[in-house]
Design a protein around this ligand. Structure first.
Ligand code: SF4
Ligand code: SF4
Length: 409
């Protein structure tokens, strides 16, 4: 396979731009402006006039600090309009049903319900007014419907694309690139493989069997019965039972059981989960038949994911924006540049002993995170599994040509 092109604009601006650039054009050296122009470059031959473009982002949660700043998304949406597309900005609902609240009654783990998720999106700056286009959850209102698409992965045989994303003509993944506790890295593959799927799709990323009820634990209280949106739970002989043919794997019921009788709580092998994400991302890409592009914003490169309220300080300095038509190549380019960067003192890079340029950072930081988690000492994610699986499933290649560009004055 030949090398994929990855375009890169640096977050760094040499100080000598001050005498060279008239103040009226200083904005052209903003990474926001550069990302907008980068989006135009990568999208110009993908968007046909009138195409609907799904901009898939992560809205963050109420207390998260380092999701993509809304101004980047707004400017990319403006660019899409400029080149003839009709953008909408979207995220998808999280698996499960129970929203968690802070001490003031604000939803702090909100994306399990549309109403709370939209409130969080607005709190974090994503509204139709700020974006200049619709802002939606692509599997609203409940995350129960999907567009199914068959794939031929080693683990994944079917993906469940969120309906509004599946209806779009073009998919633009606009991902915040950072470390990730489960996948080791969070970038294009994660944003597409997990983020573009409905609750059912998310289930099959994280599990390899349908939900079950432990009859020993179930005391027959019946609280789960009215919770199920498809009436898939019945009581018989004072025990709950799932009607498998009616269950759509939404996990809505799991957190409502006082006895914790639903057996979906344990993570299956984490390396298999990573392969599943890679295969699922390849499925989404195949579905779009070349009408998808990927931008990773490698800034605020924190050790944990965009759902986590505690992310600590960045582990390496800001790098910039990367864009490609190949999600494997764009993630690999970001990984390589992070690993080539020096670690930031006092960050989890220092705590993991990976401060030097050239040291592998993501897996070391993910291991540190899991070592701190009671009962999870053994968990050791490895980003190579996800990238290799995506590559084997035809999503792209880890061989890339990095082309630095600058759209400044
Ligand atoms: S909520 Fe839990 S304990 Fe109660 S019936 Fe359902 S599965 Fe059984
Ligand atoms: S039984 Fe199945 S369909 Fe019903 S709430 Fe649970 S996971 Fe969803």
């Amino acid at each position: 396979m030949s090398r994929s092109k990855v375009y890169f604009v640096s977050a760094n601006v040499p100080i000598d731009y001050i005498p060279r650039v008239p103040p009226t054009k200083w904005y052209t050296h903003s990474l926001v402006y550069q990302t907008k122009e980068l989006a135009g470059k990568i999208l110009e031959d993908v968007i046909s006039p009138g195409d609907t473009v799904a901009i898939k982002v992560h809205f963050g949660e109420l207390y998260t600090q380092c999701y993509i700043r809304p101004i980047y998304v707004r400017k990319v949406a403006d660019k899409i309009k400029e080149i003839g597309g009709k953008p909408f900005v979207c995220d998808t609902l999280f698996s499960g049903g129970k929203v968690l609240y802070d001490e003031h009654g604000e939803a702090s783990w909100s994306r399990r319900s549309l109403e709370e998720g939209l409130k969080t999106a607005a709190m974090n700056g994503f509204t139709s007014e700020t974006m200049g286009c619709p802002v939606i959850f692509a599997d609203a209102p409940k995350g129960l419907k999907s567009v199914e698409f068959d794939v031929k992965g080693k683990f994944i045989k079917k993906i469940y694309i969120a309906p509004a994303i599946a209806e779009a003509d073009v998919l633009l993944s606009l991902a915040h690139f950072k470390c990730h506790d489960v996948m080791s890295v969070g970038g294009a593959l994660k944003n597409v493989g997990v983020g573009c799927q409905s609750k059912q799709g998310k289930w099959w990323i994280h599990h390899n069997a349908k939900l079950e009820i432990d009859r020993e634990k179930c005391d027959g209280c019946g609280k789960c019965v009215p919770i199920c949106p498809t009436k898939a739970i019945v009581l018989s002989n004072n025990k709950a039972r799932i009607l498998t043919e009616k269950c759509i794997d939404c996990a809505f019921c799991v957190d409502y059981c006082p006895q914790k009788a639903f057996t979906s709580r344990s993570f299956p092998d984490i390396l298999e989960q990573q392969a599943r994400v890679g295969e699922a991302a390849a499925g989404v890409i195949k579905y779009f038949q070349g009408k998808c592009v990927f931008i990773n914003l490698a800034i605020d490169i924190v050790p944990l994911c965009d759902c986590d309220p505690f992310v600590g300080i960045p582990v390496v300095p800001d790098l910039g924006a990367f864009a490609s038509k190949d999600p494997v190549a764009v993630d690999r380019a970001c990984i390589d540049m992070v690993n080539d960067s020096p670690g930031i003192p006092s960050s989890m890079a220092e705590m993991s002993g990976v401060m030097e340029r050239g040291s592998e950072k993501f897996n070391a930081i993910a291991r540190l995170r899991w070592k701190a988690t009671p009962g999870a000492m053994h968990v050791a994610p490895d980003w190579k599994i996800m990238l290799n699986a995506a590559e084997e499933a035809g999503a792209g290649t880890q061989r890339y040509e990095l082309i630095e560009v600058n759209f400044g004055y």
